[in-house]
Design a protein around this ligand. Structure first.
Ligand SMILES: Nc1ncnc2c1ncn2[C@@H]1O[C@H](COP(=O)(O)OP(=O)(O)OP(=O)(O)O)[C@@H](O)[C@H]1O
Length: 211
């Protein structure tokens, strides 16, 4: 599903991450690593929103050779999402649904399960961090991506919302075969999600772990 080759990323000539080779099959994958180990950097590179050297392929589509086709296959939710404050949640969802050519009404079950309807028409500047996080997750599930990247999906979510998110992930993977790459400091419930793990180590390289 995902193949990374000769990946290197530096900020201001300072190397922060190197991934000589990594292959992940279809599934739910969890990136582990301490603060600063490069989790967000790796996810942003896979999302196609930061530059890097090397190549990343999704279902054999290369971000270098076919950048538009590649980006259609991947959705990304940032760790701490920032949206235009003057738009409402509903407008933001409409924007994403159009851009991602989402099936009509796709967002409804997501909004209902997280009980978001009551504030959907309020401007995003009035949202709490948890409300913004839920919106960013709904947006990440919009359309029909092959891979959904969720950077720190657990932060700012309450326990009930966390269980709902686990259900979304499980259902999407089972029903549509959508793969997931999640990053977290907290252990993800092994019972709730069958996950494979990738560890970003202190020497700025990666190791694949079982379970
Ligand atoms: N825009 C940037 N400019 C310069 N350095 C950066 C930038 N973004 C990240 N870094 C550096 O790259 C390294 C990896 O950061 P990254 O945010 O990817 O780690 P992380 O594992 O996601 O961390 P955290 O768990 O704290 O979110 C860190 O040393 C960080 O200081």
């Amino acid at each position: 599903m995902l193949r990374i080759a000769d990946f290197k990323k530096s900020y201001n000539q300072h190397p922060v991450l190197a991934v000589p080779s990594l292959e992940l099959g279809a599934g739910i994958h969890w990136i582990k690593g301490v603060n600063g180990s490069g989790k967000s950097t790796l996810l942003k590179a896979i999302a196609g929103i930061i530059d890097f050297s090397g190549d990343i392929l999704l279902d054999n589509v290369s971000i270098r050779q076919q950048p538009v086709d590649y980006r259609k296959k991947v959705n990304f939710a940032e760790a701490e999402p920032v949206f235009p404050e003057f738009l409402t949640g509903r407008e933001m969802i409409r924007l994403f649904a159009t851009a991602k050519q989402a099936p009509a009404g796709q967002e409804v079950p997501y909004l209902e399960s997280m009980q978001m309807q009551s504030y959907l028409d309020q401007p995003l500047g009035s949202y709490s961090s948890g409300m913004l996080k839920k919106l960013s997750l709904v947006l990440a599930f919009t359309g029909t991506p092959r891979l959904i990247l969720l950077d720190e999906p657990l932060i700012t979510l309450d326990t009930a919302s966390l269980d709902i998110l686990y259900n979304w992930i499980r259902e999407r993977y089972t029903a549509q075969g959508t793969s997931f790459l999640l990053s977290s400091h907290q252990p993800i419930e092994q019972d709730a999600l069958v996950v494979n793990s990738v560890l970003l180590t202190a020497d700025k390289t990666v190791k694949q772990l079982a379970g």
